[in-house]
Design a protein around this ligand. Structure first.
Ligand SMILES: [Zn+2]
Length: 117
């Protein structure tokens, strides 16, 4: 898969999850609340800035800490809620794979990116 396409799909995956979470938790429809919109922009920005984006390694091997703590916590909430639901609604292997990638990326990194402090 081309890097750009992979990144695009990762963004789509995140957006689907954020929309699902926002709709059910914040009562929005079609439009994200400010908080979730901020998170989505942040997540997409992280992907754009991933220094390993042009290399072959998957995100689970990524050694860079992507999310600052506040955003990581938000990501965990969104994924905990939307992840399992998305699996049921869109049982597509590509989506499932991307979910694992994104989840791993967010969950496994323990140190904060110095730039984000
Ligand atoms: Zn929201």
């Amino acid at each position: 898969m081309e890097v750009n396409e992979k990144r695009f799909r990762e963004k789509q995956t995140i957006e689907v999850m954020v929309r699902m979470y926002c709709k059910d938790h914040h009562g929005t429809s079609g439009k994200l609340c400010d908080q979730c919109a901020e998170f989505l922009v942040y997540s997409h920005d992280r992907l754009d800035k991933c220094p390993f984006g042009n290399k072959k390694g998957p995100c689970r091997q990524c050694q860079v800490h992507c999310y600052k703590p506040a955003m990581r916590q938000r990501a965990q909430e969104v994924m905990r809620y939307a992840g399992p639901r998305m699996m049921r609604r869109r049982p597509v292997s590509a989506i499932r794979h991307l979910y694992k990638e994104v989840k791993h990326k967010v969950m496994k990194h323990k140190r904060a990116d110095p730039d984000d402090k």
